[in-house]
Design a protein around this ligand. Structure first.
Ligand code: GLN
Length: 293
């Protein structure tokens, strides 16, 4: 067996011992990242893994053993095929959130082809939502907001890397704090808010518990921020505006129960994720005060 593959196998074995969920995938990512190898170089021994790279891998294995997520060790994560820088100050982008982008794009295609929509990404974190939408729909004006200055620094870095620094406005505030005296600002508000129920916190994997609590913990039943956004968004949306939120498993029924009787929104529907879970809430602002779900 080639030297690189022998080394790769030894990394995989250590990851398996550390109870990592996908040891072979993580081993390859780790070795390729720190060794700066493409797949061919790795599997054909075209390039050897350097001494310093091996030291970095040993360091990463040690951290991984203690539950630090791989994305934080690599400093990057993939979202919709693009690489985003991440630090422990931001949530690691997840596939569920890719569904959020798809649903916003559906709304854009159906309703905003001939306009330049103003979009707000509430709680931007790494900036993956704001950046992906701006890249997929360049004819938009995007504002990315976060309560954490450290998260905003990561988002700005990602916007810069992707050539979007001038295109996306960043704002530091909690919820709509910086816009209190204004109204009807946006066509679309999009958010992946914290929605993990606080009582379920201890049941989360050790990896997830390494992520910022601010970005995950949605209060007792996980709905604190979702309710607050549903409550406040109508003031900041333009006529016929849209609110799209990522939500947690089992929350759609509770949201319907609470909000279906209210007249702020003309419709409230849910899109499912790949596991069949109602994951994306799509709400349209009401014009006439009628409810049509
Ligand atoms: N999907 C994340 C998780 O359960 C939660 C993300 C969030 O709270 N916005 O790991």
């Amino acid at each position: 067996m080639s030297r690189n593959i022998l080394f790769l196998k030894s990394v995989e074995k250590k990851l398996k011992k550390a109870d990592v969920l996908s040891p072979s995938i993580e081993a390859e990512e780790m070795v390729r990242h720190f060794g700066q190898l493409d797949r061919v170089q790795l599997f054909t021994d075209q390039k050897e893994i350097s001494g310093p790279a091996k030291l970095s891998i040993a360091w990463a294995l040690q951290k991984r053993r203690h539950g630090v997520p791989l994305a934080y060790l690599l400093g990057q994560a993939s979202f919709l095929g693009r690489s985003f820088q991440v630090t422990p100050d931001v949530l690691i982008p997840r596939p569920e959130t890719e569904r959020l982008i798809e649903e916003v794009l559906c709304v854009l295609k159906a309703h905003y082809r001939s306009r330049t929509p103003e979009i707000l990404d509430l709680g931007t974190g790494s900036g993956c939502v704001a950046a992906s939408l701006t890249l997929e729909w360049p004819a938009c004006r995007m504002t990315a907001l976060d309560a954490s200055e450290k998260a905003l620094a990561v988002a700005r870095k990602n916007f810069k890397i992707l050539g979007l620094r001038q295109k996306i406005q960043t704002v530091k505030c909690a919820l709509f704090g910086a816009f209190r005296n204004k109204s009807a600002l946006w066509d679309i508000i999009v958010s992946n808010p914290p929605y993990v129920p606080a009582r379920g916190w201890s049941k989360l994997s050790r990896e997830v518990r390494r992520e910022p609590r601010l970005a995950l913990d949605g209060g007792l039943d996980g709905l604190d921020l979702i309710d607050a956004i549903l409550d406040e968004a109508p003031k900041y949306l333009k006529r016929d505006g849209w609110l799209l939120l990522e939500i947690g498993k089992g929350q759609s029924k509770k949201i319907l129960k609470k909000w279906a009787g209210r007249k702020e929104y003309a419709s409230l529907v849910f899109a499912k994720d790949l596991n069949g879970i109602e994951r994306i809430l799509i709400a349209r602002l009401d014009r006439k005060g009628t409810w049509t779900n």
